[in-house]
Ligand binder design. Sequence first.
Ligand code: BMP
Length: 227
Amino acid sequence: MSRIIIALDRVDRSLDWYKEFVSNTQEYVAGYKFGLPFLIRYGIKGFREISRLINKEKLWIIDFKLADISYIMIKSVEPFIEMGFNAFIAHSFIGRHGSLRELKEYFLENNSKLILIYTMSHQGAFDVLDKSISIIEEVIADIRPWGLVAPATRPEMIKRAKNFLHTNGIESKILSPGIGYQGAKPGTALQYGADYEIIGRLITYSSDPISKIKEINSIHKKVVRNE
Ligand code: BMP
């Protein structure tokens, strides 16, 4: 089983390139993550075309880092659920009532996964998110999302997330960005307890993405074997 989720943020390629990329890489990865760059460049039509390639076994993550009242978040994800995308990333700091509770409920009813931000990979994450981490943990302990995003660039935060989940008996997966262009080496996040590594440019800008994916999968296999 691959531990790679590819972040598809390139906007300098055609939609046909994307379709070919997804068709050719699906058998080697755990899933894909699409964000605002993809939406803005290719529109809903782009998502609809990609959705024809959806194989339900994989993770098809929509990452708009939702942070709003529940009504707006639900209206924003509805069309993607109809297309078959099955996981969605939201911020934790927006809190529970009128927001994450209803969103989580909606996802449960619609067979979809909620992924919450624990803390982020960039340096500015120190300014607010890390300082508020125990409050963020309170929200997460209540919402019990399917997954958490924690940074490979600061693996001690993955360790903290892992301990927090264990202590509270929560079974959320940990998905970790920050590999490659942001500085962390492939395998780092898994070593610290993450379940998946979210990897974008290191793969999408590679001259041979399939070889790069296979190379990372074999690094991951060694890490997982040594756990
Ligand atoms: P890249 O591997 O090219 O650096 O891409 C990282 C991906 O992970 C991007 O899609 C970004 O939105 C996402 N991400 C991140 O980099 N840091 C976070 O803390 C949370 C993210 O979702």
